[in-house]
Design a protein. Sequence first.
Length: 596
Amino acid sequence: MEIYYQLVKDENSLLQACKLFSSAEYVGLDTETTELDPYQGNLRLLQLSDGKETRIVDLNCFGEKFDDSTKKNASLRNDERLTPLRDLLRSSKPIKVIHNAKFDAKWIYHCLGVEIGGIFDTYLASQLLWFGDQDRKHGLADVASHFLNINMDKREQTSDWSAPELTDSQLRYAAYDSIVAWQLYEKLNKKLEDRDLAEVAKIEFECVMPIVAMEINGFYLNSSAWAKRLEDLEEVSQKILEDIGASRQTQVSFFGGLTQYIELDSSEKILGFLRENGVPIGSGSELSLLELQSLAKDYPVAEKVLDYLAASDTLSSLGKEFLKVTRDNRIYPDFRQITSPFARIGCRNLKLHKLIGNKHYSYHFSVPESRSLIVLDYPLLEVAVMAHLSEEEKFAELLEKASEPSDFYKAMALELFGSSSEALAVEFLHHAIVYGIGVSYFARINRINQSEAEDLMELYFRAFPKLSSWLMKISDFVNEKEEIRSAFGRVYRFRFDQRIESQKLGAIRMARTFAIQATLTDILKMTLANLYYGLRGTSAKLVSFVRDQIWIECDQEDKEAVSTKVREIARRTLRNKLIESKALVRVQVFDSSAKI
């Protein structure tokens, strides 16, 4: 295939190129960089194509010469000759068609100081279209092969993009990527519309820039104080081992030197140890932390093992490797925008979810001096989603009356048992329903017999009949369509053999959970985008997404105004999409602490 392009190396050519593309409905956009991390390398090329004309902007011809010692070219931000390019990129029109837009947007945001407006991400679009198909690949070559029936040669992808003069082969490769992106737009856009995925695609595309901002900003971590806490924690974990009299062997410690190491490094060893010490743990071969927690109040050794596991988990997940990624006392996550099985935002390089509910981690480690950390989450969002999807009025009534999350579970306990004192048991029962926990497992972790577990679940469904009816409808729908959707149209497609009962039941259980959890994902992503654009003009910036929490950092003097605005944006997002309730939105504010 013949590939025609023009190389842009001066101000006048750049101005003409930007005028040309500004009238297009959509353009393919791509970049070539010398490294994967914008803090380590140079943004070399930026390619634009409208299908007929293709321009390659050589950014080595702008700004100051690339500095090999620092590997940065921050002067591009200040080069006024690039103003037409910045204006084109930030405008909502033309639509910028990009494959894996987060990568290119992050480099452009960091090097040119501009956010991309009007993103259409062909990578995210492909993920949405085939979500649930684990065999489907979503690289540009794979998507182009499927939709355009072409084979892309990607050998130049790893060539030397820092060379003073690039070869024609490199430039043709760069141009072709932007042309292919342009060619994919109409086919993917039509496919999204045909499959009723346009709304959820909009949610994903609007989430690209907020995620870019969080990766660029990073969140603060007092690394020296945290390292000291981890060292103390290792000593605590060894003390627990001594207390429970477990076997030990000498081994190199986490921070060097010698220590005593417990040989409870697998479910099999832990289960064996517990049984030897009289703990009536289940007969299975896998350790259930929920079951262990239910036993801890009656068996001190079980509580000690839980404490040891929590300490060990912190040391392995948030220890040496965690501290390696600090830069200027900040942690820089590499987020994945869509992860299985519920399309949540995940993290490639860190186990950020381990921060939540971790008894050893304190939020003050994440607050720099003179700044505040605002943590937003929706503690009862699953309930609101269930009320919305099932149209269960009783759920909605209990939610609207609740001022705090605990109020809801107390009211539910009163509804089910005639006493609000059973709120904790009701909360656990509710989560068993939400996550599709089977009766046998529910009985096991609550140390009750199967008949009692069945009675409890039956009681729950009798109290909320519309919820029960909705769950049955999902079963019928999955059997017929072999797919399930969130409230906003996000779809999961199943691949199972209708003749195999276990596969069919597994699909039904997954479908019920997906309908709730994927809708929760959609709400969180909409909130993230609304916060990103709604907090402009303040000292606030998005710094992390941790499980279902959104972290925002601001000047300490602005914390009251910013936290109020965060709460308003979160409530407005819910009110427009689901239900209004004070208990649904929780905003916590943390300041830096001198005490470690």
